[in-house]
Design a protein around this ligand. Sequence first.
Ligand code: RB5
Length: 146
Amino acid sequence: MKIAMGSDHGGAELRIELIDYIKEMGHEVTDFGVKIGEKADYPNIGIKVAEEVAKGNFDCGIILCGTGIGISIAANKVKGIRCAVTNEVFSAKMAKVHNNANIISIGGRVVGSEVAKMIVSEYLNAEYEGGRHANRLKIISDYEGC
Ligand code: RB5
């Protein structure tokens, strides 16, 4: 899969670790920053990654900030984006299976790197179930007008 990644300073170290892990899984990663030691406003990174995913340039996105919350709020402002905060493994799996989330966000100050790898692995390996969930997603996309 082609995966877009990005974080602010709150998620930078964890993001760098996850990029190596995801590449080892055989995926292609494009990193939208930031560099370690650089400060960034999470909405700019979240919106950038979300726009890239919404345009269809990537299969999905993985974004991080201190909690995963702020950057997910920003990403969810982009039409067509379903970004889920996934700071534990069950939510990571269900974000794909029920919600067909096209981006997940993780808190670099909330989870350690081994849990974060499990989160990413569950999300990337899960499959959207469709069926009864499809109408629920349609309600959201109808509201968005896309
Ligand atoms: C930055 O200090 C922090 O506020 C940010 O990374 C994030 O946790 C916001 O939701």
